[in-house]
Design a protein around this ligand. Structure first.
Ligand SMILES: NC(=O)c1ccc[n+]([C@@H]2O[C@H](COP(=O)([O-])OP(=O)(O)OC[C@H]3O[C@@H](n4cnc5c(N)ncnc54)[C@H](OP(=O)(O)O)[C@@H]3O)[C@@H](O)[C@H]2O)c1
Length: 438
């Protein structure tokens, strides 16, 4: 028996939207035989009707009227691949209000307005699915929401930005400095001309907020995420990390703790920063522009998902999976699980307990080490290892001291840095990098 088509309205036809349209047009028979669903692309909203597109769409589909598509009675499901906050937010809200399920790839929107959108979807009793918003083609949202729904997830650590992972890989394997590695990423199309969102960690911070929403069900927005980028990392940090058995990665980390009785309620830590990852850790082997998400839970232990975190076709694959899910639910007159967010304390970075790597340039003369290690001791920061080498570039008058600490509180380490800056034998404090435990 011929089943009614699932009519799709698509907002945006760029990298992701174009690749999705291509899949819907080229793979219709395969999708139908696998899922029993027949998708029909009914309308595609774009900014410019005259722009040349990689996908050749049937005549009459393109429009510049996104509102008409979002609220059309002629579509069953809306897919949003415009990006940014507005008009994406209003268009999604209009579709949800009209009782239409929505699939979106929009991390920026979810990381800033997620709670409002999840509530609107729950009120309307329809799906709002967003697998592609974190780590592109890697399935991580659905595993966290469904497969791991009963798991006590403690921590999720992700390499969720391919641009920075490519740059760090080139710096560590090719010996390049940051600027050369960035230029190479730009020439290969991995980095934008203005790379700020990637290299300063804003993109990863948006994804960290979404991961915290999904892994812990807590209300976290992008602005809550502690954030440091990779632009200050030097080849000597990378070389030193390598010598000490670590690989430098930009990590998005979300962690949940049970608090400490009445004084400290349960809370979440949400942060993005460069981290020294032990070379034996699965995340250390994630190279080039690949992404990976590493989940730690009480019962499941450790698991990692690895793959292409960006690019039109991988991201469109995740969008298509959501579209199929939404269409099945529509058929069954049900909606999948909604995301209900509760308030939770967000731990300040000062509370972090971590090991640290610290590089200092000091005067190369007797007594300096004693003065420096005294400062560590006064702030309760215990040194696990120390290396010293004369800095030949400085004419041999300076020495480079590299410390790795035992786990210490961030506030103590920052107080230690503050006092070190006041010592006249300390010329410069280089990188302070958090070290991930094995
Ligand atoms: N690219 C990736 O690898 C990737 C990975 C994961 C998630 N995402 C997310 O996917 C979304 C889309 O990314 P993308 O790379 O596909 O972006 P893109 O290539 O810039 O495409 C954006 C599309 O939206 C259209 N558009 C912009 N403003 C519009 C408006 N006001 N009304 C209607 N259409 C409008 C553009 O129209 P014109 O074509 O006429 O300019 C274009 O087709 C973003 O949320 C992004 O964060 C992307």
């Amino acid at each position: 028996m011929e089943t009614a088509p699932v009519r799709v309205g698509l907002l945006g036809c760029g990298n992701v939207g174009g690749a999705l349209a291509q899949l819907l047009l080229d793979d219709a028979d395969r999708i139908r035989s696998r899922t029993g669903l027949r998708f029909e692309l009914r309308a595609v909203a774009v900014r410019s009707q005259t722009r040349e597109r990689r996908v050749s769409l049937p005549a009459g589909l393109l429009t510049t009227d996104g509102h008409a598509v979002a609220s059309s009675a002629d579509i069953d499901v809306l897919v949003e691949t415009i990006g940014g906050i507005e008009p994406a937010r209003s268009l999604i809200l209009a579709a949800l209000k009209a009782g239409k399920p929505v699939v979106t790839a929009n991390k920026e929107l979810l990381a800033n307005c997620g709670a409002e959108l999840f509530e609107a979807a729950a009120t309307a009793g329809v799906d709002l699915l967003f697998e592609a918003s974190v780590a592109g083609g890697i399935p991580i949202i659905r595993p966290l929401r469904e497969s791991l729904a009963g798991e006590h997830v403690r921590r999720v650590m992700g390499i969720v930005n391919g641009t920075t992972n490519f740059i760090l890989t080139r710096m560590s394997e090719g010996g390049e400095n940051y600027h050369d590695a960035l230029a190479e990423a730009q020439s290969l199309g991995y980095a934008e001309r203005d790379p700020t969102a990637d290299v300063e960690g804003f993109d990863a911070a948006a994804k960290a907020a979404i991961l915290a929403n999904v892994a812990f069900g807590v209300r976290v927005v992008a602005g809550d995420v502690y954030r440091e980028g990779i632009s200050e990392l030097t080849p000597s940090d990378i070389a030193m990390a390598d010598r000490m058995g670590y690989v430098l990665k930009l990590l998005a980390i979300v962690a949940q703790d049970d608090g400490d009785g009445d004084d400290t309620p349960p809370g979440v830590a949400v942060r993005v920063h460069p981290a020294m990852v032990p070379a034996t850790h699965p995340l250390a082997s994630v190279r080039d522009s690949y992404n990976a998400v590493f989940v730690e839970g009480d019962s499941v232990g450790q698991l990692m998902l690895l793959g292409r975190g960006a690019g039109g076709p991988p991201t469109a694959s995740a969008v298509l999976g959501d579209l199929i899910d939404a269409a099945h639910n529509l058929r069954n007159r049900s909606a999948g699980r909604t995301v209900a967010l509760r308030e939770s304390a967000i731990r300040p970075i000062d509370d972090l307990l971590s090991a640290y790597y610290l590089r200092l340039l000091v005067a190369d003369r007797p007594g300096v080490l004693h003065a420096v290690s005294g400062v560590f001791g006064r702030h309760d920061v215990s040194i696990r290892s120390m290396e010293q080498e004369t800095d030949e570039e400085a004419g041999g008058d300076e020495a480079r001291l590299v410390f790795v600490t035992h786990p210490a509180r961030e506030r103590n380490v920052q107080a230690c840095l503050h006092e070190l800056r006041t010592l006249d034998v300390v010329d410069r404090i280089g990188g302070l990098i958090r070290v991930i435990g094995p």
